[in-house]
Design a protein around this ligand. Structure first.
Ligand code: GLG
Length: 812
């Protein structure tokens, strides 16, 4: 790929590794076992083998990585910088193995050693540097950018503790710190030479018309780089995670020498706190100073790195937009606008207006949610304390906007009610603002930024989310992947619209049978794993009905478990009525301080305990909730699902990406007209989707009806029976009033309209059962879901970002 290069008398081509034949791969593996891990095959533990394997695979990632980096420099290409507080990457080993085309070789070599590749790969801890959809989306986009040859960096924080570990005690969620870095991380390279000072607090003084900020505290952001290899190993990008280190002057030697050891170490401890823990909250941001400081830490280090890289080969910062596109993943890095303006004005002598124009051309902002509690606001006082210079810039931006656009309606502006509105800030410093599904983008335009949208009608665009088929089909579902390759030839992995070709085979019973077999195998894998790791036995011939995602009232796990109770009661009333056996599977974590969500978790577990122990219904209904849902659990659950629960209150789920993964793996969706469900339904066809519930506009109207919940409950016998059972303590006999708060909420407020949508959900669930009994019909519907959801590949999303937002041409 690259021309031959000589440095220090070394021909870089000499360093190229030989073709990875099984023999070569085996040698490399044993070499690493001995010389890198420091053990031998006789004594090696699973961990040792996993490390040796990771180094063997990593070696192969370096060539495309170096090649891509050199090419980007040599061809002076534009780069994308994806700034995100979260990268929910999960495990890297198998993903890299697949993308490098080494899975078959690796499996064979381990076979010959009498070891199981899958078992070794399973030893890897998840890199859980994210909460949910937004963080996983960032990981899918990184992988797609690498596959498409879009030169890019992901910038994030190297949290020592990722998302907490969840376990259940007496059905209750208990959190424990996550510790993925306790053992070595074989994927990342420390780059001590790439370290930047990040300042906090202090004073701003004016000197000769210039503002000089002298921070009171300074920490160092140290880079840790992980290569991200694209499928087909044609290209690789970098995920650069910043670790906070105390800068030398933070350590108070004088106090230490005076014997005050603890006090001397305090500022140092504060510095390290910045990259200590991921904020464990999916949709709200209530952490005050620490969270704001973390956001600035990420943003400042990244922006400094970006400008430094640009200036290595350019001298005119005015041309920055030709070479740099910065994407802000939600408002979390929205301080990027003021930070870039600050660097341009304070360090590079730009005028304010020129700096603002330039920054705006470089920046883009993705909005991921309309939930008011998730739209970041920082009090002016806190901002003044932590980032005094940035507050000045924000105030100046606000004045400038007011001058440019004249009197503004109430509630518009970057600052109001003594708060800095980060969404508005991100909007005015970006040339494009995107929502993540068609419906969501309409709502962003209509409800969130109506005034800014009419001032800048060209700025808001939609890019519907997507997911990478490499991880979510090839890695997660090898039998399905094999069937796709046998049927369509290889190449679907990077051209997912080819799945359409499956429709040509839909009338072939043998093909449908083979497709059914892939689902059966996935169920067998899952039930084996549930038995081995969670001690849960489930039948493999039941309908697997799965809802996995963060616990949130708007996602309505509550409606799902209430329906489960209704279903159980019906089976008990008429056990012989020809019921479809179902396994109801739940997975997900609640933010530690979200009391209602934790109550719902406990209710699910309590219902599971009672229902699973009921001899009358045991063969027909089971409820399972394996603790600690994460990316690697998703890889096991999603391929096995028959039914995908996407049942949020319409207008509240910005997109969803789980919904796409399920459909691509042949699950049918039961869902509302919300987020990307709308587009999934359009693609698969209304006949192949179980729709129910109020629309987003109906939701708004219903909420204004007084007593809407009570009215709905009074109309629904099923709902009343369920609520009565809970109130009587059927699921909490030792504490009948345990769910008083849930019952009170459902009867009296029900903001998320569980009661209003219950009957419609119930009818649709019954339609699911009837359809499932018609085996052929179900199989056709499932197949059409796979065939028609190629659109939801993250390759398509990234292409749209490249052309509509980043204005970049990929290198491949
Ligand atoms: C959000 C939304 C999801 C969305 C995801 C990625 O809640 O609906 O799919 O981002 O855009 N906070 C999130 O996880």
């Amino acid at each position: 790929m690259s021309e031959s290069l000589e440095v220090h008398g070394v021909d870089l081509d000499d360093l190229t590794l030989p073709e990875p034949t099984p023999e070569q791969f085996r040698r490399s593996l044993l070499h690493h076992l001995q010389y890198t891990v420091g053990t031998d095959p006789e004594h090696a533990s699973k961990f040792d083998w996993r490390m040796a394997l990771s180094y063997t695979i990593r070696d192969r990632a370096l060539e495309p990585w170096f090649d891509a980096t050199r090419r980007t420099w040599n061809e002076d290409r534009k780069r994308v910088y994806y700034l995100s507080m979260e990268f929910l990457i999960g495990r890297l080993l198998e993903d890299a193995t697949i993308n490098l085309g080494l899975r078959d070789v690796a499996v064979e070599v381990f076979d010959r050693l009498g070891l199981d590749f899958a078992d070794i790969a399973d030893d890897e801890p998840d890199a859980a540097l994210g909460n949910g959809g937004l963080g996983r989306l960032a990981a899918c986009y990184l992988e797609s950018m690498a596959t498409l040859g879009c030169p890019a960096y992901g910038y994030g924080i190297r949290y020592e503790h990722g998302l907490f570990k969840q376990r259940f005690e007496g059905g209750r969620q208990v959190e424990a710190p996550e510790d993925w870095l306790v053992t070595d991380n074989p994927w990342s390279f420390t780059r001590p030479e790439s370290a930047y000072p990040v300042g906090f607090r202090g004073e701003v003084v004016e000197q000769d018309g210039r503002q000089i900020w002298t921070p009171q505290l300074q920490v160092l952001a140290e880079a840790h780089d992980t290569p991200v290899v694209g499928y087909g190993r044609q290209w690789a990008n970098t995920l650069r995670l910043w670790a906070a280190k105390p800068s030398a002057d933070l350590f108070d030697l004088e106090r230490f020498n005076a014997g005050d050891f603890t006090a001397a170490a305090e500022p140092e401890a504060w510095a390290r706190t910045l990259s200590r823990v991921l904020y464990p909250n999916d949709t709200t941001s209530r952490g005050k100073e620490l969270r704001l400081s973390q956001e600035y830490f990420l943003t400042s280090a990244s922006v400094q790195d970006i400008v430094r890289r640009y200036l290595e080969t350019h001298d005119d910062l005015r041309r920055l937009p030709e070479y740099v596109a910065i994407q802000m993943n939600d408002t979390h890095p929205a301080i990027a606008g003021p930070e870039l303006i600050r660097l341009l004005v304070d360090d590079h002598g730009f005028g304010f207006d020129a700096a603002v124009d330039l920054s705006t051309q470089v920046l883009g902002y993705t909005n991921h949610t309309l939930l008011p509690e998730a739209l970041e606001h920082w009090s002016v006082g806190l901002m003044r304390k932590v980032l005094p210079r940035h507050l000045q810039i924000i105030e100046q931006l606000d004045r400038r906007d007011a001058e440019l656009h004249g009197p503004r309606p109430e509630g518009v502006g970057l600052i109001g009610d003594d708060q800095v509105r980060m969404g508005d800030l991100a909007f005015v410093t970006s040339h494009k603002i995107n929502g993540v599904s068609a419906l969501h983008t309409d709502l962003v335009r209509r409800d969130l930024f109506p005034a800014l949208d009419s001032l800048h009608p060209d700025r808001i665009v939609n890019v519907t989310n997507g997911v990478t088929p490499r991880r979510w089909i090839a890695l997660a579902n090898p039998p399905l992947a094999q069937l796709l390759t046998d049927t369509l030839g290889s190449g679907w992995e990077t051209d997912l619209e080819r799945l359409k070709g499956l429709e040509d085979h839909i009338d072939d019973p043998a093909f449908r049978e083979a497709f059914g077999a892939t689902k059966r195998q996935a169920k067998e894998r899952l039930s084996g794993w549930l038995a081995d790791h969670h001690g849960i036995e489930v039948p493999t011939d039941a309908l697997y009905d799965v809802q996995v995602k963060r616990l949130h009232e708007y996602k309505r796990q509550l409606m799902n478990i209430l329906w489960t109770i209704a279903h159980w009661q019906r089976i008990k009333r008429d056990p012989g009525a020809g019921w479809v056996p179902r396994v109801k599977i739940f997975g997900g974590k609640a933010a530690p301080s979200y009391v209602m969500a934790k109550d719902i978790i406990r209710l699910i577990n309590d219902v599971a305990a009672v229902v699973n122990a009921d001899p009358e219904t045991r063969d027909l209904l089971q409820v399972v909730y394996p603790a600690n849902y994460n990316v690697s659990m998703a890889e096991k659950l999603i391929p096995a699902a028959d039914l995908s629960e996407q049942i949020s209150t319409a207008g509240m789920e910005a997109s969803g990406t789980g919904n796409m993964k399920f459909a691509l793996n042949g699950a049918l969706t039961i869902g509302t007209l919300d987020g990307a469900n709308v587009e999934i339904r359009e693609h698969v066809g209304a006949d192949n989707f179980f729709l129910f519930g109020l629309t987003a506009d109906e939701v708004t109207a219903r909420r204004n009806e007084p007593d809407h919940a009570r009215t709905a409950i009074e109309k629904s016998q099923a709902m009343r029976d369920v609520l009565q059972a809970i109130a009587e303590g059927t699921f909490s006999p030792d504490e009948p009033n345990r769910y008083g708060a849930i019952l009170d909420m459902i009867w009296n407020s029900d903001w998320f309209l569980v009661a209003s949508d219950f009957d419609s959900y119930d009818e649709t669930q019954q339609a699911v059962d009837r359809t499932y009994l018609d085996h052929e019909r179900w199989q056709r519907m499932a197949l059409l879901n796979v065939a028609r959801t190629g659109y939801f590949s993250s390759d398509r999303s990234v292409r749209e970002y490249m052309s509509r937002i980043w204005n970049i041409t990929p290198a491949l």
